[in-house]
Write a protein of this length. Structure first.
Length: 431
């Protein structure tokens, strides 16, 4: 009499860790392993992934083209939010993980699995993103993390793979740890672990060195509909096509390189190199269009929302109630964020050349200094200033200037005084 083995769905990238994990989960943990590979824009040969998975012992290998899902459900909402982790990181990897987690849960339900698994280490952020996301979506599912359980280092994994005849893509340790999807490429470890060392050109793949990029640069015009980019230079494109196109264009002109020391959720600082040409270009364009169309108080509050959105995403809390509530606020701000932004990309620099929107709150007749076109009510400024400055004037009259040194600054500042010919120096005594 045979006992049916429990099923586990493994997020499978085809690298050393997840290839060894298929065999380990099967033979050490007793699972019947089904793999899921989500193509987020970095997968070149999906058939090879399936072959490698099955050869390692999986009973089935699922491959999902998830590029459009990543763009529409994760990238565009985050672009609309204006979220950059610590104001710098476009959250590429952090946006891909909740999508993969959701696909893991859906496949697990399809195949009747009792567990899901991933190839994350105990030191990184990704383990949090997978474990927490799965817990939010399917609390009853067990989450297995082989790299947290086995005692193998990389060299032992390579030996394990060789001993069991597993096909792995590399037998020599890469100098870098790399993760990539449509929205960006992240690089760490190796020589990059010294924050004093300049990143070597070998760390970059998507972007040209700015000094070697074409000196004439290039211009691009991006059209947005309700906060979502839809056209490049007048050409209607799908989300995936648009991001891919801007990655190529920005990369060719050295735009999108980021060197950042960031704070990981697990409590350590980490030096990361990012390449995100499309993310950098679209973020600037979207901000410029919002500056034209959103009121000042909405922009101010939205900056707070952007920081919170970025922190929640980075920390693996995409499916939290708060992040979803912030999503409702962000969505409410976007219907009028429609128009065009024109930018120049030149040797690593990104410059805004112009912006236009049918919903623009900019009015030349209010902003101009040309008297014949000026419609601003200058007389109203006196009353406005009287009311606006009233609290400070009242405080100064009643309490004095308690908030600063009361000594005159002129006593400690060098100055020169020139008097008109034939006149006495201002302030001089008459005799």
């Amino acid at each position: 009499m045979t006992t049916e083995r429990p099923r586990c769905v493994l997020a499978f990238s085809g690298g050393l860790d997840t290839t060894v994990a298929v065999h380990w989960l099967t033979h050490e943990r007793g699972f019947e392993v089904v793999t899921l590979s989500a193509d987020l824009g970095e997968t070149e040969d999906t058939e090879a992934l399936q072959r490698r998975s099955l050869a390692a012992g999986a009973v089935a290998a699922h491959v999902v083209d998830a590029k459009e899902l990543l763009v529409s459900n994760f990238i565009w909402p985050t672009l609309q939010a204006g979220a950059m982790y610590q104001g710098v990181y476009p959250l590429a990897t952090a946006l891909g993980r909740p999508l993969i987690a959701r696909l893991l849960v859906e496949v697990a339900r399809e195949v009747g699995a009792s567990a899901v698994a991933h190839g994350c280490t105990a030191k990184g952020n990704d383990q949090v993103r997978f474990d927490v996301a799965v817990g939010a979506l399917a609390p009853a599912l067990q989450v297995v993390a082989p790299l947290r359980e086995w005692s193998m280092g990389r060299s032992e994994e390579i030996a394990y793979a060789a001993a069991h005849g597993l096909e792995v893509r590399a037998t020599v340790e890469s100098p870098y740890s790399i993760d990539a999807n449509l929205w960006g490429r992240s690089v760490e470890t190796g020589i990059l672990e010294d924050p004093w060392v300049s990143p070597p050109e070998s760390a970059y793949e998507w972007t040209a060195a700015p000094e070697s990029a074409p000196p004439e640069g290039a211009e691009v015009e991006i059209h947005f509909e309700a906060g979502i980019p839809t056209r490049l230079d007048g050409e209607e494109l799908s989300g995936v096509e648009l991001v891919e196109g801007l990655n190529r264009l920005g990369g060719a002109h050295g735009v999108g390189r980021i060197d950042h020391v960031e704070d990981r959720l697990v409590g350590i600082k980490s030096r990361e190199i990012y390449e995100a040409p499309a993310a950098v270009v679209l973020d600037m364009a979207h901000r410029q269009l919002e500056a034209l169309t959103l009121p000042r108080d909405v922009l101010r509050f939205k900056r707070l929302v952007a920081d919170e959105w970025a922190q929640l995403t980075y920390d693996g809390l995409w499916f939290s109630h708060l992040r979803q509530s912030l999503g409702a606020f962000v969505a409410s701000t976007q219907p009028l964020v429609t128009g065009e932004v024109r930018l120049r990309l030149r040797q690593g620099a990104l410059t805004v050349l112009g912006r236009s929107s049918p919903s623009s709150l900019y009015r030349r007749e209010l902003a101009t200094y040309e008297r014949q076109d000026d419609r601003f009510q200058h007389q109203a400024a006196t009353g406005f200033l009287s009311i606006f400055g009233l609290p400070l004037r009242t405080q100064a009259q009643v309490q004095g200037r308690l908030w600063e040194d009361s000594r005159p600054l002129l006593q400690s500042a060098p100055r020169g005084i020139a008097a008109a010919p034939g006149s006495e120096e201002p302030g001089a005594s008459g005799g």
